[in-house]
Design a protein around this ligand. Structure first.
Ligand code: GMT
Length: 378
């Protein structure tokens, strides 16, 4: 199949999922065209069947806001015609599903049918998309997609509750390539980060308010009073400086390392003992899955799709949003005993296998095939 994938090219989870999906589909023999404003961070361009088309938005002084959706839909029309694209898969509803719909209509005018699959990722529904400014367009684009998928059952329920949707939503969970985790990392050298007696706790996110990184620091503050530990804060974002200031005021600066955005996530997670994800909202929690694939138990909030990934009491613990005391207690419980920690690590790894890319990609392929079959009949 010839598929165009539209996504955000940044460090966000939706872009990572779209990129890995595209690369795996390309390996399976499909021709994959990424259409976005920058090369996606995890995209390896030097691979067979992978193409990248950059969307340029011309700056014009009259425009207060540059019309990216217009540029994207025009680019899609060109790419579809030039490359013979059969199917469009957009990740994140805003504005991708809307731009995709416009491209479909322009192509229809030229006698070309382009079915569209829309994957909902979370904030496009629960935070941004639900705002009255966007809601009518998001509702319209979801209802007019040929196939709609969501990354967890929780997100599906949120979508049905928050929007007036008359389209079936298929749940296709996020995934991870477990073949990369079967063997131990040769360069997993924890001594570069911590002393032998210290536990390593990690958090990874774009540090937006929804990630509650102040809770991460506060949980760590309590844990390190009982157990020698360090905290690795990976990623960057608007909440970072306030959390750094708080850490300094508590004299934690030597125990917390602010790593910034990193392309070496697995190298960091492989020597991590515990992952913290206390988010306010999380449709899935890809970072938690990446941690679990690296044999790392997770303490998370119990919001959204997190309980579908993190099994309470088995792969870690899930607690109410903001329950810093509870999270610290459970963290200490896991970390204070070597055998218990090992048990949680084994369970986390076993659970991650349920989301192996080899199990999930065929679900997308099946949806693609069915939508193409339907389109060819009409
Ligand atoms: O969580 C973020 O800040 C990024 C956001 C995105 O769209 O890139 O992530 C959402 O999609 C991820 C991939 O499907 C999910 O794993 C995240 O849980 C989801 N984030 C939220 O729902 C807050």
């Amino acid at each position: 199949m010839k598929v165009a994938i539209v996504c955000y090219p940044t460090f966000g989870g939706s872009g990572v999922v779209a990129t890995i999906l595209g690369m795996e589909l390309a390996q399976r023999g499909h021709e994959i065209h990424f259409v976005t404003y920058k090369q996606p961070v995890r995209l390896e361009l030097l691979a067979k069947n992978i193409f990248f088309h950059e969307v340029n938005v011309e700056e014009y002084p009259l425009f207060h806001y540059q019309p990216y959706d217009l540029a994207l839909s025009s680019k899609l029309v060109n790419v579809v015609q030039e490359c013979g694209i059969e199917l469009l898969h957009v990740h994140y509803a805003i504005p991708h599903a809307y731009a995709g719909y416009m491209a479909q209509q322009m192509l229809k005018d030229k006698g070309i049918t382009l079915p569209m699959v829309t994957t909902l990722h979370g904030t496009d529904i629960t935070l941004v998309g639900n705002h009255p400014v966007y809601k009518p367009s998001v509702t319209f684009s979801i209802n007019n997609s040929d196939v709609v998928t969501s990354v967890s059952d929780s997100l599906k329920q949120d979508t049905l509750q928050l929007f007036d949707i008359h389209k079936h939503i298929d749940v296709v969970p996020n995934f991870i390539d477990m073949s990369q985790y079967q063997k131990e990392f040769k360069d997993c050298d924890r001594s570069v980060m911590a002393f032998p007696q210290e536990r390593i706790i990690t958090h990874l996110s774009n540090m937006r308010p929804v990630k509650r990184i102040m809770d991460v620091v506060k949980v760590f503050e309590k844990v390190q009073k009982k157990i020698p530990a360090i905290l690795l804060m990976v990623g960057d974002g608007p909440e970072r400086s306030a959390a750094e200031e708080y850490a300094k005021s508590k004299n934690l600066q030597l125990k917390i390392k602010w790593v910034g955005n990193s392309t070496e996530i697995d190298r960091i997670l492989c020597f991590t003992d515990l992952f913290l994800l206390p988010s306010e909202k999380e449709s899935f929690g890809l970072a938690a899955l990446e941690a679990m694939a690296n044999r790392t138990p997770v303490i998370s909030s119990n919001t959204g799709g997190l309980p579908e990934v993190n099994d309470d009491g088995i792969t870690g613990y899930t607690l109410n949003v903001g329950d810093v005391d509870g999270m610290a207690q459970k963290a200490i419980h896991i970390l204070e005993d070597d055998d218990r920690l090992q048990g949680f690590k084994n369970n986390a790894f076993a659970k991650a296998k349920q989301f192996d890319i080899q199990l999930i990609i065929p679900q997308y392929e099946k949806l693609y095939e069915s939508v193409l079959k339907t389109a060819s009949r009409s």
